[in-house]
Design a protein around this ligand. Structure first.
Ligand code: THG
Length: 800
């Protein structure tokens, strides 16, 4: 059989259609375990594979999607991981023989990685490694990650896969019609992160019809030069006579083939609702087009969970905020020693507001446990903002912990030309999918001349290429030394910038403000050096963006270097501004009244400081109703507005909710009975057969924060139980959640039973696959597309 990696360069392959929906029609009982069918109904599984093979599929995907230990545990099958995954591959192989490629399917665990959830990163890697070992051991030709919503969980999966085998990796996430995963990752950020992990094929499955999938892939193409995969649903599900129907016809699904091929899609398959009939049509349609595709040039990007920043190449110099660094900062050093994160979160947002695009995170100070501190800092910065990170440490152990804690593709700061450093750091960059700054110094120190530094840079480049890092992911720091010591070295640094760019073709970085150590009026000198370095082609500047002199130079230089086209950014910034005022320093919040400070703390997610603020408010004579209605709730409403405007994402909302809970926890404990009457009692549940509950849990938290009493029945809840509790507890509303198309009907069933029993309550439905149309069709009172909308709508009917 030909090699899979070679095959996708030669032609576009057809991957099969849905497994789950067909199993349900044929053998899978409601709420049953799909992977168990590999044991109890092997002929049905092989039969489905055989139909896809006959329809012309090149790749058959084994029935192993939920075959990880965490998922199988819901059915008491966690000890059968090896058996069920092996059988999955064997059954597909039986139908496909050696002519077809067999893909091992790997889906999410249903758990979330800390700090969002309770699963450790290493634990996640372990769970995936167990499943993938079984799939690889049984002879799978590739591993296909499908339907991931959490980029960090997918990172763990890919890393696990690389640990246990060298099979080709296909990595797919699922996006909603607003263009993000449920956890806030847009297609381009997913593409950048997965590209850095060096998977073979990047793409998307499920969630959308072919038109939406095409748009997602067009976005992904901007962030990667790798082959793409398309697996659309057969349209969006509609409900007809109590059955979920996927209305997409084979013709609709093939209408995008030409555009997909032009984008570099090298595998076309289908997700929910796609049948052998669709696959036959996809195969036939492919014969109408040439399959040639030339990958675009690779560009340099960094990513966070929710955003990307381009660097190097044609992109203008990026600004890296330097202020999360204890050098010369007593307050921050103190905070590092005490394990707190308020300074970090405040400086993260302040530096971005001032114009930084990336944030350097440095926790190295005497007496600080850097391994723990750096992880804490990464979580804190990721929770407070959406900027990609630069991890600044010389401790490899701290670096590795931080690399596990990050959500995207970070820049490692740094490796040196010393053999020991190259050996330790570069493999970490490769394994965790990071770019890296190379410092031009080696065992002999910093070369005095520009030529000497280029020589070290060249050695770092060779070592990077040898471990498989692409040159776009290496940035050379030509090293700024203070001009007060050896004056002529500043010129050597500037010369080195040009040589590294012209002779090695690499991007360059500098810690610009080092230039002025030991001299008065440091910003004057630093900003002049900055201007010269920008002209010499500097691509990444580590600076203090709150220093207006530096920002003035930066904005001006971009105009002069033709990188701010038509001076648009310059004009936007300076047109209105006649007098340049100094930026506010420290204690900016002191002029706000206490209610505004409470609201600001909720928005900032300051879960550590909120209780002290509530105490201050009580001391100022505010009663708890006022604290809640004029401080905390307006803060949460602002969070809602920012979320709706795509300015913040789910992790930030959760951090705000946690802050809210800390405040209410304190109030409940100390002022029982004073916080006012409950706004209503709401029963919440994920319906039977569905084991997803992150969305529902967020709704519960926010409803509680807004003064409702919530009875949370958890996940996989039978309709009879919902009925019983609704009656017994006299609830005012029932909220139901479902994340899978296969469990949607349970909503209809449950609402029907409530009506039949004559229980009059407001009903609310939500979840990834639920739409307003569906909610209307089953007679639900409220449809909410996210947790904040749920709160607004419930308040409108129950709250006063
Ligand atoms: N190259 C690379 N990384 C680096 C540096 C570099 N990381 C660290 C450093 N150099 C860049 N970061 C800083 C951070 C702080 C200061 C300078 C560079 C600084 N601090 C003031 C002091 O020490 O007096 C305090 C100023 C304040 O309070 O804000 O100047 O070269 N790759």
């Amino acid at each position: 059989m030909t090699d899979f990696r070679k095959a996708i360069t030669e032609r576009v392959l057809v991957l099969d259609g849905a497994m789950g929906t067909l199993l349900q029609e044929r053998c899978l009982p409601p709420g049953g375990c799909p992977e168990e069918m590999n044991r109890v109904a092997p002929d049905a599984v092989t039969g489905i594979h055989a139909e896809y093979a006959a329809a012309g599929a090149d790749i058959l995907v084994a029935n192993s999607f939920g075959g990880n230990r965490a998922k199988l545990a819901h059915y008491g099958l966690d000890s059968a991981v090896d058996e069920l995954n092996r059988r999955a591959v064997e059954l597909a192989r039986k139908a496909g023989g050696n002519q077809l490629f067999i893909g091992g399917s790997v889906g999410p665990t249903g758990r979330f990685v800390e700090p969002v959830g309770d699963a450790g990163f290493d634990e996640m890697v372990d769970i995936f490694a167990e499943q993938i070992s079984a799939l690889a051991g049984a002879g799978a030709d590739l591993i296909s990650f499908e339907t991931f919503l959490d980029i960090r969980e997918l990172r763990a999966g890919v890393i696990a896969c690389r640990d246990v085998c060298d099979l080709p990796i296909v990595a797919q996430m699922t996006f909603d019609d607003a263009g993000r995963t449920v956890l806030g990752t847009p297609p381009i950020a997913a593409a950048v992160t997965l590209d850095a992990l060096q998977v073979d094929v990047i793409g998307t499955n499920c969630g959308l019809g072919i038109d939406g999938i095409h748009d997602v892939l067009a976005q992904m193409r901007l962030g990667t030069s790798r082959p793409l995969i398309s697996q659309a649903n057969a349209g969006l599900p509609i409900l007809k006579d109590g059955q979920t129907i996927f209305p997409g016809t084979p013709e609709e699904m093939t209408a995008y083939h030409e555009r997909l091929i032009a984008l570099g899609v090298r595998i076309i398959g289908g997700c929910c609702g796609t049948t052998p009939e669709h696959v036959r049509a996809m195969r036939a349609a492919l014969d109408h087009f040439p399959h040639d595709w030339t990958p675009p040039a690779r560009r340099g990007f960094l990513s966070s969970r929710s955003a990307v920043t381009e660097f190097g190449g044609e992109a203008p110099c990026v600004l890296i905020g330097e202020r999360i660094n204890p050098t010369g900062k007593k307050g921050y050093t103190q905070e590092l020693l005490s394990g707190k994160t308020a300074y970090i979160r405040r400086e993260a947002t302040a530096q971005l507001a001032a114009g930084a695009q990336l944030l350097d995170v440095n926790c190295g100070a005497p007496g600080v446990d850097e391994v723990a501190a750096l992880e804490r800092a990464v979580f804190a910065v990721s929770g407070a903002c959406t900027a990609p990170l630069v991890i600044d440490t010389s401790d490899p152990a701290a670096l590795e912990r931080a690399l596990k804690a990050t959500d995207g593709k970070v820049l490692i700061n740094s490796v040196t030309g010393e053999a020991k450093s190259l050996e330790r750091i570069l493999p970490l960059a490769r394994r965790y999918g990071a770019a890296v700054i190379g410092l031009t110094l080696d065992e002999k120190g910093i070369p005095a001349t520009a030529e000497g530094r280029v020589k070290v840079a060249s050695k770092i480049l060779d070592a990077a290429l040898a471990v498989g890092l692409p040159p776009q992911d290496l940035v050379i720091d030509c090293l700024t030394l203070t001009v007060s010591a050896e004056q002529q070295r500043a010129l050597e640094t500037l010369r080195a910038l040009r040589l590294v760019r012209d002779d090695l073709g690499l991007a360059t970085a500098l810690g610009v403000s080092n230039i002025s150590f030991g001299l008065p009026s440091r910003p004057v000198l630093s900003s002049a050096f900055f201007a010269m370095a920008l002209e010499a082609g500097l691509k990444a500047a580590i600076i203090n963006p709150k220093d207006e002199r530096m920002m003035d130079v930066y904005r001006s230089a971009l105009v002069l270097l033709c990188q701010d086209v038509r001076a648009e950014d310059y004009i936007a910034h300076y047109a209105e501004q006649t007098v340049v005022t100094a930026p506010a320093v420290g204690g900016q919040e002191s002029h706000l009244d206490i209610s505004q400070r409470l609201a600001a703390a909720i928005v900032a997610g300051d879960s550590e400081g909120i209780v002290a603020l509530v105490k201050d408010a009580v001391e100022e004579g505010l009663d708890v109703m006022t604290i809640s209605n004029e401080g905390l709730l307006p803060g949460l409403e602002e969070v809602g507005r920012r979320f709706a405007a795509n300015r913040i994402f789910l992790p930030q909302v959760m951090q705000a909710a946690e802050t809210m809970q800390a405040a209410f926890g304190y109030i409940k404990e100390n002022f029982a009975g004073e916080s006012g009457p409950s706004l209503g009692r709401i029963l919440m549940a994920t319906v039977e057969g569905d084991i997803h509950d992150i969305g529902k849990n967020i709704v519960c938290t926010l409803l509680e924060n807004h003064g409702f009493e919530v009875i949370d029945l958890g996940k996989n809840v039978p309709s009879a139980r919902i009925l019983e509790v609704a009656l017994e507890m006299k609830v005012d509303a029932v909220g139901l959640s479902a994340l899978m198309t296969t469990t949607l009907q349970q909503m209809d069933v449950t609402l029907g039973k409530l009506r039949d029993a004559g229980i009059k309550v407001f009903t609310m439905v939500g979840g990834a696959v639920v739409t307003q149309d569906y909610a209307d069709s089953i007679g639900a009172d409220i449809y909410a597309r996210d947790a904040l909308e749920a709160v607004v709508k419930v308040k409108a009917v129950l709250g006063h």
